[in-house]
Every structure is written in C-alpha cells, then in structure tokens.
Write a new protein. Structure first.
Lengths: 116, 115
C-alpha cells in the first residue's frame, strides 16, 4: 500500500525567510506523480506544485520549489520569501491509479505559520 | 470558469439519520472524487465517479454511497449516521482519467456535524 508521511505537524517561519516542509512516501511503482496542496482557512485545497517521478529535474513554481529524491522517496517543499498568505495546512500527496480510476493518498499535513 | 461547487456548506444531523451532499464539478470535467477529512484520520479517499460509473472506491463501509448524473454532478449519501461521520467532505474534479499529472480542483467542502 502507498503511504505518505509528513513528520512535521507544525512549522513556523518569519516573513521573507525560507522554510522547507518534508515529505516521504512509500511505493513500489516506477512512474508516479507527487503533489503539494495547500489548504488555507477557507478549506479549499489549492495546488502548489507537482512533480512527475520520471522527471529528474525538480519542479519550481515562482517562490515554491521541490527537492525530489527518488531513491530516498523524499519530496520536500521549499517556500522562499515567505508571505503572510502562505500560512495554511500543506499536504503532500501521491497519486495512484490508471486510466480506469485514480485517487490521491495524502499525508497528515503540516500546519505552517508565518510570523510578521 | 466557475469552480467546484459543493452544497450545502454546513450541515448538522442527528445520529441515525441519513444525509446527501452535492458536488458540481468544473464545466467539462467528467471525473469527480470524494474525500473525508477528519482531525484524526486526515484526508481519506471515499470514491471516484467517471461518466456516471463508480471507478474506484476507498475503504469505507457500505453506509457511504454515491452517484453521478449525466451532467457530471455527483452526490454522496451517508445512511445511519454515526458520531464518527462528523467531518469535512471534499469533492475534487478533473477533466478525465488519462493524465495522472492533471491538476485536481477541489471545492470548499461540506462540514457535516453529527450530534
């Protein structure tokens, strides 16, 4: 069974500083997809960044980047120049399935606070 | 383009009752998935529907069921409610099934409280 672990239940960062959220996963698949979703107080899950496992280059989206270590099954999220609006729950997720059905397996989440 | 719409936003029910939640996906999206979010268990997959067919199901009891209509709108039903069913129920939509890298768009959820 696929599992996703986020070892940091809570983290805090000063505004404008950099923070890294950790995520590890377990899978026997060779090709798969990893995601980071953000859930602000509004409760709506918002995609932050995604990574295809067969791509060795780490994904980046503006201030957000990942450190994808396939052999270690690690997928950490780095947030640079943190902003107050980055405060939220962050979920690491692994997507499983095929053309006949798919779903996410989510980690337990990390609550990020941004201090002014 | 309108986002994923879930109704109602909040719901309070009594143990033993049944409840129906609704999800309207983004226009053109044919796959709808449901997730249960609780503080203790986190986000857990309930089921996925595509073209009115249930394609995938999580590990939940038969009290949890769902369906999808021809316009891709989906409903989920929970019968004989238990206190442990209190949760945020999230719906997600994607265009189809072929591309596993496709972004899933989530609604704001329905907060169900069972008393």
């Amino acid at each position: 069974a696929q599992t996703v672990t986020q070892s940091q239940p809570e983290m805090s960062v000063q505004e404008a500083e950099t923070v890294t959220l950790s995520c590890t996963y377990d899978t026997s698949e060779s090709d798969y997809y990893l995601f980071w979703y953000k859930q602000p107080p509004s409760r709506q899950m918002i995609l932050v960044i995604r990574q295809e496992a067969y791509k060795q280059q780490n994904a980046t989206e503006n201030r957000f980047s990942v450190n994808f270590q396939k052999a270690a099954k690690s997928f950490s999220l780095k947030i640079s120049d943190s902003q107050l609006g980055d405060a939220a729950m962050y979920f690491c997720a692994y997507r499983v399935g095929d053309n006949y059905g798919q779903n996410f397996v989510f980690g337990p989440g990390t609550r990020l606070s941004v201090l002014p | 383009k309108a986002g994923v719409t879930q109704t109602p936003r909040y719901l309070i029910k009594t143990r033993g009752q049944q409840v129906t939640l609704s999800c309207s996906p983004i226009s053109g999206h044919r796959s709808v998935s449901w997730y249960q979010q609780t503080p203790g268990q986190g986000l857990q997959f309930l089921f996925e529907y595509f073209s009115e067919t249930q394609r995938n199901k999580g590990n939940f009891p038969g009290r949890f069921s769902g369906r999808q209509f021809s316009n891709s709108r989906s409903e989920m039903n929970v019968s004989t409610l238990e206190l442990g069913d209190s949760a945020l129920y999230l719906c997600a939509s994607i265009p189809g099934l072929a591309d596993m890298n496709t972004e899933a768009f989530f609604g704001q959820g329905t907060r169900l409280t069972v008393v």
